[in-house]
Design a protein around this ligand. Structure first.
Ligand code: FMN
Length: 187
């Protein structure tokens, strides 16, 4: 029999790893086999043993970090289903920014076929690599001189002034509810 769920996470500053671990913990506490693992340790054969592969990663300059590679690994494996969650500094209340983000990153077919979830997280300068710090610094400098700012520009300007954490266990609920329903339906 196949194992149920594997959550593969790509996490630079820790938010995505934390969410992946919370989801795995919550599923396991309901008696559903669910494990979380760093994408660096993932081999095609090792994920073939699972029914559902969930890829968790961060939003990075408007893109889903590592999405193409993760989807390719899934497609080359014998795992049956694929789902996605993305963490980001944008608050959940910014619905338009988040729906534009999905539309810019997933095709119409992917939007309808791949279950996808956005989880607000925050920013952690302490764990950020130098290139990411520089990227934020350069974007902030550019924004200072921009005349017509978008909603995201304004949020970005406010957000990048320091580290903050707006993650919460409550935000995993749509993901765990979906996974539980899926497992029950498949049984
Ligand atoms: C260079 C850079 C670009 C980012 N771009 C976005 C973005 O486009 N949208 C967003 O909501 N958050 C953005 N963020 C915030 C990260 O997505 C957020 O901190 C994420 O949870 C980090 O995940 P991790 O801690 O697992 O690495 C960005 C952060 C950095 C450092």
């Amino acid at each position: 029999m196949k194992n149920e769920i594997i959550i593969i996470y790509k996490s630079k500053t820790g938010f995505t790893r934390k969410y992946a671990e919370m989801i795995a913990e919550e599923m396991s506490s309901d008696g559903i086999s669910c494990t979380s693992t760093d994408y660096k340790a993932v081999k095609i054969d090792s994920i073939s043993d699972y029914n559902i592969v969930v890829f968790g990663t961060r939003a990075h300059a408007g893109r889903i970090d590592g999405y193409k590679k993760a989807k390719q690994i899934f497609q080359e494996s014998r795992a049956k289903h694929f789902a996605l969650f993305v963490t980001g500094a944008t608050p959940n209340t910014e619905k338009k920014i988040i729906s534009d983000f999905w539309a810019q990153n997933l095709s119409a077919e992917e939007l309808s076929l791949i279950p996808h979830f956005y989880l607000q997280s925050g920013l952690c300068y302490e764990n950020m690599c130098l290139s990411d710090r520089l990227m934020i610094k350069a974007a902030s400098a550019m924004l200072k001189n921009k005349k017509e700012k978008t909603a995201f520009d304004n949020i970005f300007e406010q957000a990048v002034s320091g580290s903050y954490d707006i993650s919460s266990r409550e935000y995993i609920r749509p993901v765990t509810a979906f996974l539980k329903q899926y497992v029950t339906f498949e049984a």
